[in-house]
Unconditional design. Structure first.
Length: 170
């Protein structure tokens, strides 16, 4: 329970943009987990079925058979790469939202200072501290998905080629 209060205090310190970053982060990781589930759970099953269908075919050398094979490989590549671009886009949005939070936080700092008529260094330091929290949160959110996104992209590439190699064309 204390963790929830700590997180809510952090979000309150950084402003409303942190809620946007949290939402983007939630969707990004939901898609990442779904991709892992598909690549390592569902795709191997689908792959085995297609490979068995290919092995059961009488004709694997005609022009038509090659087009069917090419279609299946293309279909596999498409399904393995699904939502990877969306994940990369969400990763790219996180630092931009952090920057938005910093800019809006700085606007609030200067607005507050002009309204009170003081140029206190302590007040400015506190405001800048609060304004930079969204930038840090956006960068951490992006970095959390960057490595995993690249790993998913590499896995999709490898699995596509393994699938193609298991559909021999004579």
């Amino acid at each position: 329970m204390e963790l929830i209060y700590t997180i809510l205090g952090f979000i309150d310190m950084g402003g409303w943009v942190l809620w946007l970053i949290a939402g983007v982060l939630f969707f990004m990781w939901t898609f990442i987990i779904e991709r892992f589930w598909f690549m390592y759970g569902e795709f191997p099953k689908q792959s085995r079925i297609k490979i068995a269908e290919w092995a059961a075919r009488e004709d694997t050398i005609s022009w038509r058979a090659h087009r069917i094979r090419d279609f299946w490989v293309s279909e596999a590549k498409e399904s393995l790469n699904a939502r990877l671009l969306l994940i990369k886009t969400l990763i790219a949005v996180c630092p931009l939202l952090g920057l938005l939070g910093t800019v809006t936080g700085m606007i609030n700092v200067f607005d507050g200072m002009s309204g009170q008529g003081s140029g206190s260094a302590r007040q400015m330091a506190d405001g800048i501290f609060q304004a930079t929290i969204p930038t840090m949160a956006g960068m951490v959110a992006a970095l959390s998905g960057l490595f995993v996104s690249n790993r998913l992209e590499q896995a999709a590439f490898v699995k596509t080629h393994q699938f193609a190699d298991n559909l021999p064309h004579h």
